[in-house]
Design a protein around this ligand. Structure first.
Ligand SMILES: N[C@@H](CCC(=O)N[C@@H](CS)C(=O)NCC(=O)O)C(=O)O
Length: 268
């Protein structure tokens, strides 16, 4: 049985370091006034510190390994969604990179369907990015990434229409138009409600959609020489904002892995 490749995150800090870094996020003094957190802010910070410091070890997460560069993270948008959630919640984690072309026995034991992402929470392995991100939100509610149910599905058809267009061999089958229709409605939504899906703050909905837009951008750029048209400036600026978040640059796949990952769909 092969042992997993583990990659500790830079966030796998001791709890004292976590106290220091969390406290450091809010300046204690501003130029003119002394900062006094409200009771609600203090309670929320205490709850978060208690939950995070109760983590004896970094959270273990199974992630797709790169097919182009040994020891690097691969190109799974669902894995990136979970890593983004861990990063935005400032939770320490350790990645176990899994070669999905040759799944080791230990991995099939923790993820019987053989899929990443999988995360160990309270001594139990859980799979599926929907289930994992919901469980993280419940256990570590601060900072909140919760999104109202009516906004959770904004942009949800972009990924499937992107795949339809990517696989299409007939330029007149309407698949490009189907994607443009979804992107246009997302453009209008962000124009009226942005800059993020839930308004001014990032939420779980952005962490789900961001990696999918990244795949769309790279795969359609490579295989179709296509990019989001200038007529959709809010989609373009949304992508730029998400792709440049520190949490995103730290957890994104290498473009060459994204290209290789989609090759079977394009050529198949
Ligand atoms: N619905 C799942 C989808 C997970 C999924 O499809 N993961 C892919 C990698 S991106 C996988 O593990 N595929 C198994 C394989 O390639 O054998 C989720 O949201 O986590």
């Amino acid at each position: 049985m092969s042992s997993p490749t583990t990659v500790p995150s830079a966030l796998a800090l001791s709890s004292s370091a976590l106290f220091a870094s969390s406290a450091g996020r809010i300046p204690l003094f501003s130029r003119f006034s002394v900062y006094t957190p409200s009771i609600r802010q203090q309670r929320s910070r205490c709850r978060r510190l208690f939950a995070v410091s109760a983590l004896a070890e970094p959270l273990e997460v199974c992630a797709k390994a790169s097919v182009t560069t040994p020891g690097k993270l691969g190109d799974c948008p669902f894995t990136q969604r979970v890593l983004l959630t861990l990063e935005e919640k400032k939770l320490p984690y350790e990645m176990k990179l899994v070669d999905l072309r040759n799944k080791p026995e230990w991995f099939l034991k923790v993820s019987p369907e053989g899929k990443v992402p999988a995360l160990k929470l309270d001594e139990k392995w859980i799979s599926d990015s929907d289930v994992i991100t919901q469980a993280l939100e419940e256990k570590f509610p601060d900072p909140s990434l919760a999104v109202p149910p009516e906004k959770a599905s904004v942009g949800a058809k972009i990924f499937s229409t992107f795949i339809g267009f990517l696989k299409s061999k007939d330029p007149n089958d309407g698949s490009e138009q189907a994607l443009l229709t979804e992107l246009t409605s997302f453009n209008d939504y962000i124009k009226d409600n942005g800059p993020f899906i839930n308004g001014k703050d990032i939420s779980a909905a952005d962490l789900s959609l961001g990696p999918k837009l990244y795949h769309m951008d790279i795969a359609l750029g490579h295989y179709k020489k296509w990019s989001v048209p200038e007529s959709l400036p809010y989609v373009k600026s949304y992508m730029k904002t998400i792709f440049s978040l520190p949490s995103f640059t730290k957890t994104r796949a290498q473009p060459e892995d994204v290209v290789e990952g989609w090759r079977p769909k394009v050529e198949g």
